[in-house]
Design a protein around this ligand. Structure first.
Ligand SMILES: [Zn+2]
Ligand SMILES: [Zn+2]
Length: 381
């Protein structure tokens, strides 16, 4: 069998195993066991995370300066009337690609110009897996970090690839309104939680963000009042979904929401508490990392396969790694895979030849990044 045939068979085997054993966020123990055993068996150094599923895998001599991130979780979805875990975001593909790259690097470990680290991370779909892993410091010594993700046809048709994905930032807020109930006949005696929530909803619509940067803020949940329609509710809960293409625009929305709540609080006398949760930062793309991926696509496949940066309003917790280490050169390879009917659809399927292309490009990128990190070490000495 040719090298290409061997690679294809290996990716397919790994993908099939992962695809048939999906596990939801923070429960990816069997997934991590399978991959750690597979890579460990090939002589790759495995270090497990102590308090949640996942591990790092190192190959080559010395401290790794180039890394890859693979996310491991599946989504809980209703399929044929049963709720179960499904790999509908293609994280099985991301893992299969990164694992295959590591196995191929291990086969030529003695010729590697440095060490490479793969990070198998849990809970991307919860939006906080990367933050937990980053806090362990496993990416602190890296100069380059590459991610990989399949893209739907409307964003990037197969067989093309793009050297980066510009994800937007996402933030949820839950607000609690505390006041007192009053009789429907005596509205002058206190504030109405429904009116307060509507005022906040209208207030966030009026926030001014640079119109060149896509952003949106909207109330997505409101609870107040009960069965008795003659009671003016003093208490309520509301939720908001904030999106912005840059972290700066997200700060404008976040600070604006706080200001709106403080102003409504002052005018009504009710207490409004805000709880921000599930924050995912926008992409901060490393220009050198992006250039390396672009060069790797051109060298491996040809310039006709190279497409420009993919811009998406979707989010990915990958960008917590650059938040922890702002000097980290990070970029996510976008893999055109004709995902049908779409990411997060329980019957999601894709063009499997995309996996093969992704492995080739990431292998080439790892060599380029190792060479470049070696040069930068020499130049700073
Ligand atoms: Zn997803
Ligand atoms: Zn995903």
């Amino acid at each position: 069998m040719t090298g290409d045939g061997l690679r294809r068979r290996r990716i397919h085997e790994i993908w099939t195993q992962l695809h048939n054993h999906p596990e939801p966020s923070m429960q990816e123990f069997a997934t991590a066991d399978y991959l750690a055993e597979l890579l460990g068996g090939a002589g790759i150094r495995i270090t497990r995370f102590a308090s949640f599923p996942g591990f790092t895998a190192d190959v080559g001599e010395g401290e790794p300066r180039v890394g890859f991130r693979a996310d491991m979780d599946a989504l809980q979805q209703v399929v044929e009337e049963t709720t179960k875990a499904v790999h509908s975001c293609g994280h099985d593909a991301n893992m299969a690609v990164v694992a295959t790259v590591m196995l191929e690097l291990a086969e030529k470990a003695e010729r590697l110009e440095g060490a490479v680290r793969a990070v198998f991370q849990p809970a991307e779909e919860l939006g906080n897996g990367a933050e937990l892993v980053a806090r362990l410091g496993v990416t602190d010594g890296l100069e380059y970090l590459f991610g990989v993700h399949l893209r739907p046809q409307n964003e990037l048709p197969a067989p093309c690839l793009a050297p980066s994905i510009s994800h937007g930032a996402c933030l949820f807020a839950v607000g609690t309104i505390t006041g007192e109930d009053h009789h429907g006949a005596r509205p002058h005696l206190g504030a109405n939680a429904v009116d307060i929530a509507l005022e906040i909803s209208a207030g966030v619509q009026r926030l001014k963000v640079d119109p060149q940067i896509p952003s949106s803020a909207k109330m997505t949940m409101l609870r107040a009042g009960g069965e008795n329609l003659n009671v003016i509710p003093g208490n309520g809960t509301f939720g908001l979904d904030l999106r912005a293409q840059t972290n700066e625009a997200m700060s404008v929305l976040r600070d604006g929401l706080v200001r709106v709540c403080r102003s409504v609080e002052a005018s009504t006398g009710s207490t409004i508490e805000l709880d921000f949760r599930d924050e995912v930062p926008a992409a901060v793309i490393g220009i050198q990392a992006e250039e390396i991926l672009a060069q790797a696509i051109t060298t491996t496949l040809g310039s006709e396969y190279l497409r420009p940066r993919v811009v998406t309003s979707g989010s990915d917790d990958f960008h917590f790694y650059t938040r922890r280490s702002p000097s980290l050169q990070a970029s996510m390879l976008a893999v055109g895979a004709n995902v049908q009917p779409g990411l997060h659809h329980p019957r999601m399927s894709f063009d499997h030849s995309a996996l093969d292309r992704a492995v080739g490009v990431i292998l080439e990128a790892s060599q380029l990044a190792l060479a470049s990190s070696k040069t930068s070490v020499v130049s700073t000495d």
